[in-house]
Design a protein around this ligand. Structure first.
Ligand SMILES: [Fe+2]
Length: 292
């Protein structure tokens, strides 16, 4: 059966039907999926009861994987092969983190709008997130379409932002929530990287806003002015007409293009397990030159 791309009711994203991700993907199917990603930026696959190995195999056919850092987990806490980002709220014994657990509080940063690994010099291409267990309520993931948001800017703003360079670090996103107790080792690891504010999609040639809560400065701008300006842009880019809210079902796999979208998690009851597992495709290169 050919792969069917059914467009969701919003202008962002498509639901994909007619494909079993447990089966090896043909190169023709992989090309179709890439083309759909270029076009829709978010693809939703329902009813895909994958093993970790199948999830990984599907990802690998689409491109090289990013070396994912499970930021605060120690080896004893690893539930998944290290190539996965463990986006669950579960420790190594599959128990939800306590309310005051540092790992839980750090992960609350994912409730701020962001693009995965924008704090890395070479940021991520696609993320593929699979729902294994979901809470009884809440826990949606929302996606904002940064191409549509760019297109809606006025000409003066587009000209102003065209060549701006931002500095991204997880320190900046966590600071916004009052999470500031980083170790010296973490501060060194979270050294800011530079990203263009306006990206051009390598296939479609369309421009998009490259924003994230990790962005804490604009090169050459005073910090308060930069942060206020970035905050205004995020507010613009996340208006409801640019946003799709995904309500998870168990065995959903959602794939998004981090170059064209921002996303955020929504709250859920902290004591309930939410088991989400992510693989990530590496980006092609830096968006701008880095400073030593
Ligand atoms: Fe994320």
């Amino acid at each position: 059966m050919p792969v069917q791309f059914r467009v969701l009711t919003t202008h962002i994203g498509a639901e994909v039907e007619g494909i079993d991700l447990r089966e090896p993907l043909s190169s023709a199917q992989a090309e179709e999926i890439h083309a759909a990603m270029d076009r829709y930026a978010v693809l939703v696959f329902h009813d895909q009861p994958l093993t970790n190995e199948q999830h990984l195999a599907f990802t690998s056919v689409l491109g090289p994987l990013e070396n994912t850092a499970n930021i605060l987990r120690t080896a004893a806490d690893f539930r998944l092969p290290p190539v996965f980002a463990d986006v669950s709220n579960l420790d190594g014994r599959n128990q939800p983190y306590g309310a005051e657990d540092r790992r839980r509080l750090f992960a609350i940063g994912n409730r701020l709008w962001h693009s995965d690994s924008s704090f890395k010099a070479v940021p991520a291409k696609y993320s593929l997130l699979r729902a294994v267990r979901i809470p009884s309520k809440g826990g949606n993931t929302e996606f904002a379409h940064m191409v549509a948001a760019y297109d809606a800017l006025d000409a003066e703003t587009r000209a102003e932002i065209e060549d701006l360079i931002c500095e991204h670090s997880q320190i900046f996103s966590r600071q916004q929530l009052g999470f500031t107790d980083f170790t010296d080792e973490e501060r060194a690891r979270f050294t800011p990287v530079r990203q263009r504010l306006v990206r051009t999609h390598p296939v479609t040639g369309r421009k998009s806003l490259y924003l994230a809560s990790h962005a804490g400065g604009i090169v050459g701008w005073p910090v308060p002015e930069a942060r206020a300006f970035l905050r205004d842009l995020v507010e613009h880019a996340t208006q409801r007409q640019f946003v799709y809210a995904h309500r998870w079902r168990v065995h959903d796999l959602v794939m998004w293009d981090n170059r064209q979208t921002m996303h955020r998690a929504r709250p859920f009851p902290a004591h309930e397990p939410r088991d989400m597992r992510r693989t990530t495709l590496a980006g092609d290169g830096p968006t701008t030159a880095q400073v030593a």
